[in-house]
Design a protein around this ligand. Structure first.
Ligand SMILES: Cc1cc2nc3c(=O)[nH]c(=O)nc-3n(C[C@H](O)[C@H](O)[C@H](O)COP(=O)(O)OP(=O)(O)OC[C@H]3O[C@@H](n4cnc5c(N)ncnc54)[C@H](O)[C@@H]3O)c2cc1C
Length: 363
């Protein structure tokens, strides 16, 4: 008999299993995929650590989480500074003085930039959609060149058909600072994320290619308590309906003999015509000097059963349904629902770790 059955060897499940094992508990981890690490998984191609499920940059304000993670890796000094490509014009992200000076060559100071943005902003009292929200918050040039096409690709709809709430704010920075994040701690684990998971799961029994839902009755009997990190609606056999997600398709390419494809880890393609939203060149996450390179084209796509669910869709329908599932989950004190799929919430890695460290079953 195990103390805990942990469903999913992603970040939530792996940190939980690690901490429970440290407390003398016997854990079994079952993972549907053929590898550990969940969406943080990296594998190595031509000596380069490839982020298989999208670029993952660790960043946090939480010093406790930052120190905790250092047990399992050394973080390098990577600072995320994406570049936007709009029809061949290159702009620094996030929106900052470098972006403004490139957009408007006659702008040289923060005051001038602010004034230009204010001139372009539209007075719209209650924006009804992303188009109106963008014109209100960012003004014409920033919205049309850097937000509109990217968002349309992400949501698979025209800007005036996307709800306004998806663009709550447009962070504008009036300094020459290309650091995408505001957090004091940031980096990429030297050697990739998978090693972090190998250390977390050292000494823990893990079964790969094991879908909990396919063998639920047996597995449930094997442990006192269960930590479930899969989709909450699947656990309840979709009895209240299916939750929707946005999905992504990744096209990975090894470019032999190309040492440096784009000179930066992350490029965002912000026009509507280019079908992908991002191109990732993985070696730049770790300052790689290999003779080859690996790039990943990221295509947003509508989610349907069978595809990987990546981002929850927080509209009323889905929020209400998720809330109803959470009420069902709360009635089951043998099973804990944790992580991004079981809670139907987007969490960054640091938030995920913080949640496990505060888990009532580990106190
Ligand atoms: C494209 C993308 C980019 C991201 N970039 C960043 C970033 O830059 N920085 C950051 O901090 N965060 C980032 N995140 C968030 C980060 O991925 C999450 O915080 C983290 O993965 C959450 O861990 P988790 O364990 O909850 O989920 P997951 O990593 O999804 O792990 C859940 C695991 O459960 C398994 N599972 C599901 N159902 C079953 C079942 N029935 N039986 C057995 N196993 C099952 C799954 O296969 C999976 O391995 C990003 C997320 C995405 C989607």
């Amino acid at each position: 008999m195990y103390d805990f059955l942990v469903v999913g060897a992603g970040l939530y499940g792996s940190v939980f299993a690690h901490e429970a094992t440290l407390r003398g508990k016997k854990c079994l981890v079952v993972e549907r995929r053929d590898h550990i690490g969940g969406n943080c998984y990296t594998d190595t191609v031509a000596g380069i650590n490839v982020h298989r499920y999208g670029a993952h940059i660790f960043h946090t304000k939480d010093e406790r989480v930052w120190r905790y993670m250092q047990q399992f890796c050394t973080f390098n000094h990577y600072i995320n500074s994406p570049i936007a490509n709009y029809k061949g014009e290159l702009y620094n992200l996030p929106f900052n003085m470098n972006t403004f000076c490139r957009l408007w060559p006659d702008v040289h100071t923060p005051d001038q930039a602010l004034r230009r943005i204010d001139e372009q902003r539209e007075e719209i009292e209650n924006p009804r959609n992303l188009y109106e929200q963008g014109m209100k918050l960012a003004g014409k040039d920033i919205f049309e060149k850097l937000i509109k096409g990217y968002s349309e690709k992400q949501w698979g709809r025209a800007a005036d058909e996307i709800p306004a709430f998806v663009l709550r704010r447009v962070p504008l920075r009036f300094t020459f600072d290309n650091n995408y994040f505001n957090d004091p701690f940031q980096g990429i684990p030297v050697g990739g994320y998978t090693r972090v998971f190998e250390k977390l799961l050292d000494g823990v029994e893990v079964r790969l290619n094991a879908d909990f839902l396919a063998d639920r009755e047996n597995l449930m009997k094997m442990a006192e308590r269960i930590v479930y990190t899969g989709p909450i609606d699947a656990f309840f056999d979709f009895r209240l309906g299916r939750l929707n997600f946005r999905s992504l398709r990744f096209e990975h390419k090894l470019l032999e003999g190309v040492a440096n494809f784009q000179g930066n880890a992350v490029f965002n393609y912000t026009d509507a015509e280019t079908p992908y939203t991002r191109v990732i060149e993985h070696k730049h996450f770790e300052f790689g000097a290999q003779p080859d390179t690996v790039v990943t084209y990221e295509y947003p796509q509508e989610w349907s059963p069978g595809l990987e669910p990546y981002y929850p869709i927080n509209d009323d329908r889905n929020n209400n349904m998720a809330e109803a599932y959470r009420s069902l989950a709360a009635q089951n004190d043998k099973v804990w629902f944790g992580g991004r799929l079981a809670e139907y919430r987007y969490y960054d890695m640091d938030q995920t770790v913080a949640q496990v460290l505060g888990h009532p079953w580990l106190q």
